[in-house]
Design a protein. Structure first.
Lengths: 243, 243
DNA sequence: GAATCCTATTTCACTAGATGAAAGCCCACC
DNA sequence: GGTGGGCTTTCATCTAGTGAAATAGGATTC
């Protein structure tokens, strides 16, 4: 990578990454990402998306193909394969998020019922937040479909919650409210979810701005804070009874 | 693995794969797989699992780390990261399985209710079947937790269903029954799920062998076949404009 | 039916970049 | 203070990944 050995005096710039990672692995992962987020995509589009020559993309896609991470549909196009699906499911049964989701699940259901709005759990992904679970509002007009969606931390209620400092003893989780950060007629209420060390996720209520106002807004906020405290309790409490 | 030594003189065997795929990409993917299926794992264990030197494993894990596919927990151990989670969720919203799951979902619920047994959807993964969705039995004694699990096609009811030939016009999906293939006291009833071209998945009822017998077995089988036909109808019928 | 255009696939010479043995480090435990 | 186990870094070696270009395979147009 850009050897650019500086023969004279001081180094030209602080070499950001002297550490070598695997280029092909990176590309294969990016390709996988492109295919999955597009749902179904042809070779040349995939190559263009990732910015590599088609011949190289082809080789990687083939590797992903015969490992079963991808499959080719009726003709030509690539899409998710069974191996990846297996992994995707495993990701929810093990790992740190499994505990979070298990701890949160019952409270999500309850929150959605009492507030009559859709409830989400989000986690941080660099400078973005990703919604990873939901229970939808029972109302006909409701917020739906944000699971898997990624939104910026900057300027959003989730962002503020995910960036919150660890909870000082005796304090309650702080509520963040925001209207129109992503879509103009959506109001978001969000609180951080703590696990003893610090923030590990966020709990959100999302709904139409004209309904989530006044007294309903206050009640939703209170219910949200209470739920966050219960979830934090479930996370810090050692043994897991339910699964 | 175990690349054939650059053997002396004459290349003995017929080179199985003259096609070169990316070794590092393959390894990174395997590493990712190991980490996710184990839930949380340290460097040396991961390296051992995959069969590569720790220094190499470290480089790959780091790459996965800063792409966000993995994270390091409290100290040292690797586990699923937010980027992978985003992908995992996307995999269920797009791609070929999304349609299958969407078409099947309502029928799963109904089947579980009327048969009082747990219902699963499985797809093929090479010589294995992977269960990708479920609705659990309402009974206290029930079959649970096989989502994400992978079982061999050979000797199982799912295997038989997933290997079934395309459905001849006028015929009904064929029922496969099996007891004890995987666990001795479990009976499985399975039918293929068709999408017009051929088998794309399988629908299974799994339950305790002593309960899934006699008249209950017959009724479950009938309900299963009917559900499979309805799902096949849903898969072939609606001309989805969305792309 | 030929011409045109687009995408997928194969080839191949080149060297960037992945590799792993070994050495160094850090911590926990004795 | 010592010892062992896992994590991290270094570095010389050469594999194996790379991409330009040529080829094949459709589809669509004229």
């Amino acid at each position: 990578m850009t050897a650019a050995r500086t023969s004279t005096t001081a180094a030209t710039a602080d070499q950001a990454a002297p550490l070598h990672k695997s280029r092909s692995a990176e590309r294969a992962l990016t390709l996988l990402d492109a295919v999955i987020t597009q749902g179904s995509i042809g070779l040349s589009d995939a190559a263009a998306e990732v910015g590599i020559p088609t011949s190289t993309a082809l080789r990687h896609l083939r590797a992903l193909l015969d490992s079963g991470h991808l499959v080719r549909d009726d003709l030509g196009r690539y899409s998710v394969g069974p191996t990846f699906l297996r992994l995707a499911l495993a990701a929810f049964r093990a790992g740190p998020y499994a505990r979070l989701l298990a701890a949160a699940q019952p409270h999500l259901q309850h929150l959605a019922t009492v507030t009559e709005e859709s409830v989400y759990v989000a986690v941080r992904d660099g400078v973005n937040a990703v919604y990873i679970a939901t229970v939808e509002s029972p109302r006909a007009i409701r917020h739906v479909g944000w699971v898997g969606r990624s939104v910026p931390l900057d300027g959003t209620a989730v962002g503020a919650a995910l960036r919150a400092a660890p909870l000082a003893p005796g304090r309650r989780p702080e509520l963040n409210v925001n209207t129109g950060a992503i879509e103009s007629d959506v109001t978001a209420l969000t609180v951080p979810l703590y696990d003893g060390d610090g923030v590990i996720g966020a709990l959100s209520i999302l709904g139409p701005a004209d309904r989530l106002a006044g007294k309903r807004l206050d009640r939703a906020g209170a219910a949200l804070i209470e739920a966050a405290e219960l979830i934090a309790g479930a996370m810090t409490a050692p043994v897991e009874a339910a699964r």
